[in-house]
Design a protein around this ligand. Structure first.
Ligand SMILES: Nc1ncnc2c1ncn2[C@@H]1O[C@H](COP(=O)(O)OP(=O)(O)OP(=O)(O)O)[C@@H](O)[C@H]1O
Length: 233
């Protein structure tokens, strides 16, 4: 079993405040890992470090053996990301968003259109291709964002709070899609506050507490979140 994502000794501070310390974990190809922890534990910051949106102080991150620090352009074509809240551009139509992703990931036009047709039908937004984000509901915008991330067949999917804002049909479709991707060898790292909803889907977990890994292992062994101890600073 080879690793898709490897995070080694990640240290990260924001304005001299240490946020993440000694973060080391790996997600093998074809496996799904849940990143869990209290509010402020460092889940989103870990995701941002993996995507290169937040500079790290130290550590090494690689996807399929491609190091983030050495080959960033190649590295960033190895993953796609579904954020918790849609991050669409107001000046682009739904279809233009799909075209932008198609170009970024160098998806050939016919294949792109085939996938757009498939996913927009499954997510029931096939009549929204010419709309701008402002005329869509929040759930529809989330569907567009989700489709953007599913268009490329990348080795690693990063998902912040999956199913947020999706109706039950869309959430069910996404669960099946993630299972299929996993079967095909895709590695998935997701953050969640609702582990009970994704337990069946996940293989492993990493529990972050105050910026360090306090527990990790197979999902069956997860003992649940304990109440956070509040320390005086
Ligand atoms: N831009 C920033 N400036 C200063 N501190 C930040 C910034 N972003 C995050 N932090 C701090 O980093 C820590 C980790 O935040 P992060 O957003 O990664 O937590 P999280 O586990 O994703 O939380 P949540 O479950 O609430 O989304 C928190 O103490 C937060 O205050």
């Amino acid at each position: 079993m080879t690793n898709c994502l490897e995070v080694k000794d990640l240290q990260l501070s924001i304005r001299n405040k240490p946020i993440l310390q000694d973060i080391t974990f790996a997600v093998p190809n074809g496996k799904i890992m849940a990143l869990v922890g209290h509010n402020g534990a460092g889940k989103s910051t870990t995701m941002k470090a993996i995507m290169g949106w937040q500079d790290k102080d130290e550590g090494e991150i690689s996807i399929q053996g491609i190091q983030q620090d050495k080959h960033f352009l190649r590295y960033k074509t190895q993953f796609s990301y579904i954020p918790e809240e849609p991050l669409l551009m107001s000046e682009l139509t739904v279809y233009q968003h799909f075209q932008l992703y198609g170009a970024s990931y160098q998806i050939e036009e016919d294949l792109l259109n085939e996938r757009v047709e498939y996913y927009t039908k499954e997510f029931e937004i096939q009549d929204k291709l010419s709309e701008f984000p402002e005329s869509l509901s929040k759930g529809m915008r989330q569907k567009v964002q989700t489709i953007c991330a599913l268009l490329p067949e990348v080795p690693l999917l990063l998902i912040d709070e999956p199913f947020m804002g999706l109706d039950i049909y869309a959430a069910q479709f996404l669960i099946e899609e993630l299972k299929n991707r996993k079967e095909q060898g895709t590695a998935i790292l997701l953050t969640t506050h609702q582990l009970e909803k994704v337990t069946d889907l996940c293989d492993y977990y990493v529990l972050l507490s105050n910026g360090v890994i306090s527990e990790s292992g197979e999902i069956e062994a997860f003992s649940g979140l304990q109440r956070r101890e509040v320390h005086d600073e």
